[in-house]
Design a protein. Structure first.
Ligand SMILES: C[S@@+](CC[C@H](N)C(=O)[O-])C[C@H]1O[C@@H](n2cnc3c(N)ncnc32)[C@H](O)[C@@H]1O
Length: 265
């Protein structure tokens, strides 16, 4: 993708080859997640951006400061305790209020460019016009329910040739250990992207970017720029309950049969 596309809707080739070149370049020279996205957005000149899951506003502040071309920045977050969200960031509602105020203070310098949308994705998404966004950054609920909901709900809001990106594209679903709901941004985002015939890129710092089809019908694909992601199956990470006990039992039965000189089965 040329960073100097001369219209107000920068776009990319159907096979994502130009996006790949740009992402390879910005990945190589970025030392943080914020730097990676700031470089990408600054290079593409994307203007209408949404962030799902804002927390304390550090990411929003970095993008608003580093990308003057952004004229609209939607900040979507309920900033309240959610009863059905088993993740470490689900703090008490009064703590969330302090966090919200911090997010506002950090982005006050760009108050005329931000639009604060307090609520979960599903609570606010219907107030966003279809096709009105160039880029949405998904960083809210990273469970299976959350990532599927956010990608499906936000997708129509992105114009043809726009982008859906996000955080917590972790090679392991056990990002927060067994006490918490697994993180399923990977592989769910890959499957959703391929269903949309879009190309999805795995980036450094556990980031992903989906280049939405721009009208031409592409095949889509998964491009792992850092080579960190192996098979996308779940069976290698998630075992059925009592799988260990069953395997031990099978082993013990086989040993008994061997001792008794009986054939298997
Ligand atoms: C990991 S934090 C976001 C971090 C932030 N993007 C950053 O880079 O600084 C996750 C945020 O997602 C929000 N969240 C959780 N469930 C959500 C949902 N269903 N819709 C929108 N936001 C959600 C939480 O309130 C929390 O502030």
């Amino acid at each position: 993708m040329s960073p100097t596309v001369g219209n107000d809707r920068p776009t990319h080739s159907a096979d994502g080859g130009d996006v790949r070149a740009l992402l390879t370049n910005v990945s190589a020279r970025s030392s943080s997640r914020a730097e990676l996205w700031t470089s990408f957005l600054a290079a593409t000149g994307l203007a209408r951006v949404a962030e799902v899951g804002v927390w304390k506003g550090d990411f929003a502040a970095a993008l608003l400061a580093g990308c003057p071309a952004i004229d609209t920045y939607l900040m979507i977050d309920p900033w309240r305790h959610l009863d059905d969200w088993n993740k470490p960031a689900n703090v008490a509602t009064d703590t969330f209020e302090t966090i919200r105020q911090e997010a506002m203070a950090k982005t006050d310098f760009a108050a005329s460019r931000r639009r604060v949308m307090r609520g979960t994705t599903l609570e606010v998404v219907d107030t966003i016009d279809d096709g009105s966004l160039d880029f949405a950054y998904i960083d809210g609920d990273h469970t299976l329910r959350g990532i599927i909901t956010d990608l499906i709900a936000m997708r129509p809001k992105i114009r043809a040739g726009g982008f859906l990106g996000g955080d917590d594209f972790c090679p392991s679903v056990w990002q927060h250990g067994p006490a918490y709901e697994p993180t399923l941004v990977c592989p769910a985002a890959v499957h959703v992207a391929l269903a949309m015939r879009a190309t999805i890129f795995a980036l450094p710092f556990n980031q992903f970017l989906i280049a939405m089809p721009n009208g031409e019908r592409g095949a889509g694909g998964f491009v792992d720029l850092g080579g960190r992601y192996g098979a996308l199956d779940l069976a290698s990470q998630v075992r059925p309950p009592h799988a260990g006990a069953r395997a031990r039992l099978r082993g013990a039965l086989a040993a008994l049969r061997r001792r008794a000189g009986r054939p298997r089965g």
